[in-house]
Design a protein around this ligand. Structure first.
Ligand SMILES: [Zn+2]
Length: 157
């Protein structure tokens, strides 16, 4: 399984904005996303298992073979180096400095109560990301329109 797009959330008409939010709350589910992938590291600190334990699942493509996303804070990381520690990288790059996943004591012993809390947080992150993306989108439209108005003004003078 590979998610073909890095556009997130996907705002196209035929998809819901949360269709790409995946609820991979077990290490095994996240690990499975690396199967038949382009993931480049099979040993060292960046193995698929270590990535899955640190909360990441695979979203890479042929052109971005090492892209992963956190199941909770939705931070996307690529450009991994062989010695990188997934947990440390997660902590230092998380969109919020304290991704709730990083507070889970044992990723193998996650409780139903914790899943509910993480799921709620994950949806909050997804909504914030969607709002930001929409804001960026409207800013581009506004800039374009302003450019056209400026051209019209030049024609008038
Ligand atoms: Zn996270």
């Amino acid at each position: 399984m590979a998610i073909e797009t890095k556009e997130f959330p996907n705002l196209s008409k035929d998809k819901g904005i949360f269709d790409d939010v995946r609820s991979f709350y077990s290490v095994q589910e996240r690990l499975d996303t690396f199967k038949h992938s382009h993931w480049p590291f099979e040993r060292g600190p960046c193995t698929p298992l270590k990535m899955a334990e640190a909360g990441f699942y695979y979203i890479g493509t042929e052109s971005s073979p090492d892209a992963v996303r956190c199941v909770v804070c939705l931070t996307e990381l690529e450009g991994w180096e062989e010695g990188d520690e997934p947990y440390k990288e997660h902590k230092s790059h998380s969109t919020s400095s304290s991704c709730p996943f990083l507070h889970v004591k044992d990723p193998y012993l996650i409780t139903v109560g914790e899943v509910f809390k993480l799921e709620k947080k994950s949806l909050e992150y997804a909504i914030n990301k969607a709002v930001k993306q929409l804001g960026d989108h409207y800013q581009k439209i506004e800039d374009y329109c302003q450019g056209q108005f400026d051209k019209l003004k030049e024609l008038d003078s």
